[in-house]
Design a protein around this ligand. Structure first.
Ligand SMILES: Cc1cc2nc3c(=O)[nH]c(=O)nc-3n(C[C@H](O)[C@H](O)[C@H](O)COP(=O)(O)OP(=O)(O)OC[C@H]3O[C@@H](n4cnc5c(N)ncnc54)[C@H](O)[C@@H]3O)c2cc1C
Length: 349
C-alpha cells in the first residue's frame, strides 16, 4: 500500500523515540521504521542521567539545560502513555581508592559548580564496602527506557505509523521533492540508527568512535530500596530486588555480544563493592554510538538535502536526546538553527 508522509524516521532507540515524539508534538506527519530487535544500546543502558561523572568528577556538558528538559519530557511522555518512566533520585557514590578521595578534594576546591550537585553522603548502605566514605550526587534521574520504547512503539503501531523491518539503504531513491523508499514516499528521512550508522552510506564517515558496553542484571535481597549506588560499578534499582550492574567500555571489539571476560570484570567489581550474595539473571551488551569529540552529530546531509542525522549520543543518550531532538524538530520547521557544537554542518572537516 502506498504511503505518503513528511518524515521517515529510521531507528527506534531513545534517539528515534525522542525525534518522533517531538514530531508528534509539533503535529507533523511521520512514519517510523525499526526491526524491533530485543536489544539495542538504549535497552542495554542503565538509563541514568547523572550531572557529575567519571574518575575526573567532571560536570556533564550542558546538564543545567539537559536535566530539567529531560525530566519534563519523560514525565509528559509518561502521562501520554500512562506509564511511570522516571525515578527522581541521586547517586550515592563511594570512594573506590585513595586517588578518588584526592580528586574529590581537588574538584571541591577548584570547581565553582561543585556544591550545586555534591552533597554529603545521604545513604550509607551497610551492604556496600565503604571504608573510605563517599558523597551523593544530586539531582539524578533513572529513566525506564525499555518501558518507554515498548509503549511508544505500541502507540505508533496503533496509529499505523510503525513499520517493523530493517531499512535497506540500497532501496532509497531520490525523487524530485523527497525520497521514495519501497512504497513509502517521504519529504525527509531522519536517520537515528545508533551504531547501525556504520551501514549508512551517507553518514558512516563522520568521526564516530564506537564503544561497546556490557551490563548485568542481578538479584540482590536486602539493599535499601530505590537508591542508586556507585562503587566501581553502578547498582541501579529495577524493582523486585533486581539491579542493573554496569557498565564496561571497549573500543576494540569483534561483535556486539555479551563476553565472558567483561562478565568476569563486572562480577569482580560487584563482589568487591558488595557484602551480600547476588544472582546474575541477565547479561547484556551493545555498542554506544560515541563520537571522538563527545558531542552529538545532528543535521542535514551537505548534498542530499532530504537526509538528516540524529546520532552520536555516546554514553549519554538519555540526557541528550530529549533536548536535542526538540531542537532538531524546531530546526526542521525553520524555527531555529542547530547549536554549532552538535551541528554536522559546522563540524565537518
Ligand atoms: C552498557 C551501556 C550502558 C549505558 N548507560 C547509559 C546511561 O546510564 N545513561 C545514558 O544516558 N546512556 C547510557 N548509555 C548510552 C546510551 O545507551 C546511548 O547513548 C543511546 O542508547 C543511543 O541511542 P540511539 O537511539 O542513538 O541508538 P540505539 O539505542 O542503538 O538505537 C538505534 C536503533 O536503530 C535501529 N536501526 C539501526 N539500523 C537500522 C536500519 N538500517 N533500519 C531500521 N532500524 C535500524 C536499531 O535496531 C535500534 O533500534 C549506555 C550504553 C551502554 C551500551
Amino acid at each position: 500500500m502506498n504511503q505518503s508522509t513528511q518524515f521517515l524516521v529510521v531507528g527506534q532507540g531513545i534517539g528515534g523515540t525522542m525525534v518522533s515524539y517531538f514530531l508528534h508534538q509539533a503535529g507533523l506527519d511521520f512514519v517510523m521504521i525499526d526491526p524491533a530487535l530485543p536489544s539495542n544500546a538504549s535497552r542495554v543502558a542503565g538509563g541514568i542521567i547523572n550531572p557529575v561523572t567519571g574518575k575526573k568528577l567532571a560536570r556533564t556538558w550542558r546538564i543545567d539545560d539537559l536535566h530539567p528538559f529531560a525530566l519534563q519530557t519523560y514525565q509528559a511522555l509518561g502521562t501520554l502513555l500512562n506509564k511511570d518512566l522516571v525515578l527522581e533520585t541521586h547517586v550515592n557514590r563511594y570512594f573506590s581508592n585513595p586517588e578518588d578521595v584526592v580528586k574529590f578534594g581537588e574538584q571541591a576546591e577548584t570547581q565553582d559548580w561543585f556544591n550545586n550537585y555534591i552533597l554529603p553522603l545521604q545513604v550509607n548502605e551497610p551492604a556496600i564496602n565503604n571504608t573510605l566514605g563517599g558523597f551523593t550526587i544530586s539531582p539524578a534521574l533513572k529513566i525506564y527506557g525499555s518501558v518507554l520504547m515498548d509503549s511508544w512503539r505500541d502507540y505508533l503501531k496503533s496509529t499505523g505509523q510503525f513499520i517493523e523491518e530493517i531499512f535497506e539503504h540500497s532501496q532509497l531513491q531520490f525523487v524530485n521533492d523527497g525520497i521514495q523508499y519501497k512504497d513509502v514516499k517521504a519529504q525527509q528521512v531522519i536517520f537515528c540508527e545508533g551504531w547501525g550508522v556504520r551501514h549508512n552510506p551517507w553518514f558512516k564517515d563522520l568521526p564516530f568512535n564506537a564503544a561497546k558496553g556490557e551490563a548485568l542484571v542481578v538479584k540482590i535481597e536486602g539493599l535499601i530500596p530505590n537508591e542508586v549506588f556507585l562503587k566501581g560499578v553502578f547498582l541501579v534499582p529495577l524493582g523486585d530486588d533486581l539491579y542493573y550492574v554496569g557498565s564496561t567500555n571497549e573500543w576494540v571489539f569483534d561483535n556486539d555480544l555479551p563476553s565472558e571476560h567483561k562478565r568476569a570484570e563486572l562480577e569482580r567489581k560487584l563482589s568487591k563493592a558488595l557484602n551480600l550474595p547476588y544472582e546474575v539473571v541477565a547479561h547484556k551488551a551493545a555498542v554506544r554510538p560515541a563520537v571522538k569529540d563527545r558531542r552529538p552529530l545532528i543535521g542535514q546531509h551537505p548534498e542530499h538535502k532530504h537526509l538528516w542525522l540524529f546520532n552520536g549520543l555516546g554514553t549519554k543518550g538519555y540526557s541528550l536526546s530529549p533536548f536535542f531532538a526538540h531542537q532538531l524538530v524546531e530546526a526542521l520547521q525553520g524555527k531555529r538553527a542547530l547549536d554549532d557544537e552538535v551541528s554536522i554542518t559546522h563540524r565537518r572537516p
